[in-house]
Design a protein around this ligand. Structure first.
Ligand SMILES: [Zn+2]
Length: 100
């Protein structure tokens, strides 16, 4: 997805749907290794969603990540294998865990 900026856009252009779609992550690019994509997200302290297969491959404690106890499972696209998961694990950085 191409990043859209609100330059030369009036208020009628930015509907709630367009605002949500503008903030959506484009995901891992073609030819990009899953580990690099997940590590880049960890360096930016972004939330990471991983499926049960990809979760043991990411050392969350070393990267300073933790799971939210009130959100044991989330539904969405795995940042590792890019597959849709019904019971994925949401990892957030420890410094942001109390804010989310
Ligand atoms: Zn996965």
């Amino acid at each position: 997805m191409i990043q859209e900026f609100n330059i030369n856009r009036d208020e009628t252009f930015w509907t709630p749907t367009r605002r949500l779609m503008n903030g959506k992550s484009p995901g891992r690019g073609k030819g990009r290794l899953p580990g690099g994509h997940v590590t880049d997200r960890a360096d930016l302290k972004k939330a990471i969603t991983l499926c049960p297969t990809c979760l043991p491959k990411f050392d969350s404690a070393r990267a300073g990540y933790t799971t939210k106890e009130n959100l044991p499972f989330v539904r969405g696209r795995c940042d590792g294998c890019m597959g849709y998961v019904d019971r994925g694990h949401l990892l957030v950085h420890r410094s942001l865990a109390n804010l989310l």
